[in-house]
Design a protein around this ligand. Structure first.
Ligand code: FCB
Length: 526
């Protein structure tokens, strides 16, 4: 049998105790934007600013999870999830970002936690998934050191209320997006395009993470604490030295600028050099890195795609060919109308965003002709395996969790009332196989949270991109589990991936180009 036709014969079985979860985030699902004393967040301001989100969508109502959480938890229980990752809306707890907690805000999350525990679903709390109280942004936002202190105080208020029932806490979700997309690219809230400020935000987010971790540990040493990073496999588009350098720069800003301080205790020196002319990371005080390097109980990994990077001096021929009908630029930072397409985009004519890759604005991503999701992200499960084994090889051992992985496709409710999403099933299957392979290769992967349980507000893309394994009709709020929910449910109940049919060659489990719907490029976020 040839290598290519090697057939997987053994069942891909996951370890006992593996966590099978789903993930969401407060602003993307809760709605109830003014209920029970909730204050305004930067995402309320941003989404209500004309031209910032597709179709002017906001999270005002979202999927109304604030009022429907009981049914939503029941649905997760029906699917068989044994873990649920959700985030706390800081402005529900401290409307202006400081001062005493609003009891009604804490009570909502307390009820949610009890509901989950009652159904034997382990609650995994994320403290910050991007909804900074607007008052703190008005005072300078994350570029301001004080925001880190405020974050630690807020973390303690939540921990005091939920710490008795929530075993595992994630401080930040994707500080890359909260800093470099929010403050440099400008396509996420607060929508600033200030590279130097964005770099200060990087440091202060990590400082907030360190301060919160220490405070939680001091309150209860048994609490599990971690951070979630969005990590990418990064390759140069060619062997040209300029492309290799471009890939190094992107790897530095996407991966190492967060991994190194958190897991090794220092910032990567090459990245510091790349951004020195912007003032580096601002003021890094003695002791900051020790705080940021506080030992963690787990690292959360969000994985969606790989970046293939060029310095931009003309593309290698094979990449040009692959990107013939779309712009060769894989823009990772937000919503941009793709030139020459009919992508509906409610942004004003001429809307532009900056690069999140500060100090390396000349570099860009390219397409390789792989199948893409509705976000225009190439489907690359091998990249997930690569990220996981890199963590195993280059960083101290730490339990890992996939805290997000999933895909947006243009789902529709069929005449039979069901939502058939074979592309998402294939995406999940192939990425779970990559996880399984990583475990076999000795990666301490403890669980997987699909992004997302429900269709929801996809940031700058508004409701135009659906990531859920459960479809949501935004007019009626009716929830309909998609085929992918059934697939995921079967996998987690059996703890194993289905055998590949004998006729399917190993490695060809990802969707073929002709089975993928290909909406025109345009919307990218997170
Ligand atoms: C990640 C975000 C998450 C979601 C996915 C698609 O960057 O953490 O909220 O938007 O992307």
């Amino acid at each position: 049998m040839s290598e290519l036709l090697k057939v997987t014969t053994s069942r891909a079985t996951f370890p006992t105790g593996f966590l099978w979860g789903g993930a969401t985030a407060s602003y993307q699902i809760e709605g109830a934007a003014t209920a029970d004393g909730r204050g305004r967040s930067i995402w309320d301001t941003f989404s209500h600013t004309p031209g910032r989100t597709v179709d002017g969508d906001t999270g005002d109502t979202a999927i109304d999870h604030y009022h429907r959480y009981r049914d939503d938890v029941a649905l997760m229980s029906d699917l068989g999830l044994n873990a649920y990752r959700f985030s706390i809306a800081w402005p529900r707890i401290q409307p202006d970002g400081s001062g005493p907690a609003v009891q009604a805000g804490l009570d909502f999350y307390s009820r949610l936690v009890d509901e989950l525990l009652g159904r034997e679903i382990e609650p995994w709390v994320t403290l910050y998934h991007w909804d900074l109280p607007q008052a703190l942004e008005d005072a300078g936002g994350w570029p301001n050191r004080d925001t880190a202190e405020r974050f630690a105080e807020y973390a303690m208020l939540v921990h005091q209320a939920l710490g008795d029932r929530v075993p595992n806490w994630t401080t930040l979700n994707e500080p890359f997006c909260a800093s470099l997309i929010g403050y440099a690219a400008g396509s996420h809230a607060p929508g600033r395009t200030e590279p130097a400020a964005a770099l200060r935000a990087v440091h202060h987010l990590l400082l907030g993470h360190g301060l919160a971790t220490q405070a939680i540990r001091a309150a209860n040493p048994a609490t599990g604490v971690g951070i979630t990073l969005n990590l990418y496999a990064v390759d140069p588009a060619s062997d040209a030295p300029a492309d290799i350098d471009a890939a190094r720069r992107v790897d530095g800003l996407q991966n190492r600028i967060f991994l190194d301080p958190v897991l090794l205790g220092h910032y990567p020196s090459d990245v510091l050099e790349d951004v020195e002319h912007l003032g580096g990371l601002g003021e890094v005080r003695d002791g900051d890195l020790a705080l940021i390097h506080t030992p963690l109980d787990f690292l959360g990994v969000n994985y969606y795609t790989r970046h293939v990077i060029t310095a931009g001096d003309g593309l290698p021929a094979h990449l040009e060919a692959g990107a013939a009908d779309s712009p060769a630029v894989l823009d990772d930072a937000g919503v941009v109308a793709a030139p020459g397409t009919d992508q509906p985009d409610a942004r004003p004519e001429g809307f532009e965003e900056a690069s999140p890759w500060v100090g390396s604005e000349h570099v860009r991503g390219v397409f390789r002709g792989l199948p893409r999701t509705a976000m225009d992200w190439e489907v690359d499960p091998d990249g997930l395996h690569e990220v996981l084994t890199r963590l195993r090889d280059e960083y101290p051992a730490i339990p890992l969790l996939i805290t997000e992985n999933g895909a947006a496709f243009t789902d529709q409710v069929s005449a039979d009332g069901e939502v058939h999403d074979p592309d998402r099933v294939a995406y999940l299957d192939s990425h779970l196989r990559a996880c399984h392979r990583a475990i076999e290769d000795g990666v301490p992967l403890r669980g997987y949270f699909v992004w997302s349980v429900f269709d929801n507000f996809e940031w700058a893309c508004g409701y135009s991109r659906r990531f859920g394994i459960v479809h949501v009709d935004y007019d009626t709020q009716v929830r309909t589990p998609k085929d992918s929910a059934g697939f995921y449910s079967r996998v987690l109940r059996s703890g194993a991936l289905p055998d590949l049919p004998d006729s399917v060659p190993d490695g060809l489990v990802q969707p073929k180009p002709d089975t993928l719907s290909h909406p025109k490029p345009g919307a990218v976020s997170g």
